[in-house]
Ligand binder design. Structure first.
Ligand code: S3P
Length: 450
């Protein structure tokens, strides 16, 4: 792709050991859900530690457009006065979710059983992502969607009048689709049952319970699970403390593993077992990561991480672990490139429909850095070059994908020569303070000459 003048490229090069405390921002998944459930509840929900990144701010705006009162009191401190389940009013303008698959799909679910019409859109990346996976099962409740060809945004959704509960198995391994259906079920008559073979993140279920919904989770014989939720629900406002995002923590964590002599701490990280696949994999690779002060906070497990530079070895990552580390494969692939030996990652077809086609973006980026990599239809095989073996000295295309941008900047911190990413603007969708936080730990980032 030609570089457009509005792109913001950045280069990363080797520096001395990293040290300090990395206070990464609030969890993105929990932040979206806190705003949406707050808007569906009766009363005032107070949120602390909310992620104030573009994706979440777009969800906050959508909640306002649907009739909720959403107020920011200070850094991460927000209040939402909800309209009650079924109380959304018709927005008088398009709902624009920017880069966010989670925001757009969850809100489709939240209004699919309220008889109003809304138009959904997003940026160039989101307008390429599949929406049939959500609007088709929402049609079982009686919602009607009309999309662009191929099931793409912009789309118009007409919520169902008098929706009735459904029993449905979600075919894709997606927490977004499961969550959309659970949110829709809140305003249907009767008890809905939503099952899934994959054990995807369960923040919606946990938070629904905290807001007073009648919800139960039952393990299934095939290893999956079924969630039942009672419709015509009364949600009551509650306070939510958002833990720090493990998917954002992954970047300083990876940099500290790769830069010799580093030692950093990352406090208050969400350690929900559905989100800790990366930590499990890195432990198998020989990473020196200690978890301290493990505790429960607001129904979620939280802990402090202490990370020390480590020589990693390649591993085979079990395909069934993918849902618990689905957003971490870009940074894991970078770590694998600096490991000794080969890393095999499979079961990753979902990565083709993220903010970019991540399998192809990772493979192309690593090749440019001089790393042997094979792109499979559902995975990647990365040939580890050892700690000093990655050449770097290249420019990587990020395809409007925040995690590709951050992953390759981390690669540049350990490669023999600097790595440039073509655009850092999308980092603001999930981790606006990334650059400052990494520089404070000791990273060397430079703005390349035009
Ligand atoms: C998310 C679910 C995952 C993940 C995304 C956040 C969520 O997407 O990739 O970043 O908050 O439910 P899928 O549900 O499409 O796998």
């Amino acid at each position: 792709m030609e570089q457009s003048s509005s792109q913001r490229p950045l280069a990363a090069r080797r520096a001395g050991p990293l040290s300090g405390r990395a206070q990464v921002p609030g969890d993105k998944s929990i932040s979206h859900r806190a705003l949406i459930l707050g808007a569906l509840a009766v009363g005032e929900t107070r949120i602390s530690g909310l992620l104030e990144a573009e994706d979440v701010v777009n969800t906050a705006s959508a909640m306002r457009q649907l009739g909720a009162t959403v107020v920011r009191d200070g850094a991460g401190a927000w209040r939402v006065s909800g309209v009650g389940v079924g109380g959304f009013s018709e927005p008088d303008n398009v709902l624009d979710f920017g880069n966010s698959g989670t925001g757009s799909r969850l809100v489709m679910g939240a209004l699919a059983t309220t008889p109003i019409t809304a138009v959904f859109t997003g940026d160039e990346s989101l307008r390429k992502r599949p929406m049939r996976r959500v609007v088709e099962p929402l049609a079982l409740f009686g919602a009607e969607a009309s999309t662009r060809d191929g099931g793409l945004l912009p789309l118009t959704l007409r919520g169902a009048e008098a929706a009735v509960a459904i029993d449905h198995e979600v075919a894709v391994a997606s927490a977004q689709v499961k969550s959309a259906l659970l949110l829709a079920a809140l305003n249907a008559v009767g008890r809905s049952r939503i099952s899934q073979k994959a054990l995807t993140r369960d923040h919606t279920e946990k938070m629904l319970k905290a807001f007073g919904a009648e919800i139960a989770v039952e393990p299934l014989k095939d290893g999956g699970e079924a969630v039942t939720v009672m419709g015509e629900a009364d949600l009551h406002a509650t306070d939510i403390a958002v833990p720090r995002d493990p998917s954002s923590a992954a970047f300083p964590l990876a940099a500290a593993l790769l830069v010799p002599g580093s030692e950093i701490s990352i406090p208050d990280v969400l350690l929900n077992p559905r989100r800790t696949g990366l930590l499990e994999t890195l432990t198998e690779m020989g990473a020196n990561i200690a978890i301290e002060n493990l505790r429960e906070s607001g129904g979620e497990t939280v802990g402090d991480l202490v990370v020390r530079a480590s020589q990693l070895k390649g591993v085979e990552v079990p395909a069934e672990r993918a849902p618990s580390m689905i957003d971490e494969y870009p940074i894991l692939s970078v770590l694998a490139a600096f490991a000794e030996g080969r890393t095999v990652m499979r079961g990753l077809e979902e990565l083709r429909v993220k903010e970019s086609d991540r399998l192809s973006a990772i493979a192309n980026g690593l090749k440019r850095l001089g790393v042997g990599v094979e792109e499979l239809p559902d995975g990647l095989i990365v040939e580890g070059q050892g700690l000093d073996g990655v050449a770097g000295g290249a420019r990587v295309t990020t395809h409007m994908d925040h995690r590709i941008a951050m992953s390759f900047l981390v690669a540049g911190m350990a490669a023999r020569q600097a790595v440039t990413v073509d655009d850092t603007r999308m980092i603001a969708t999930s981790f606006p303070e990334f650059e400052t936080l990494m520089r404070n730990l000791g990273a060397r980032f430079l703005v390349p000459n035009a």
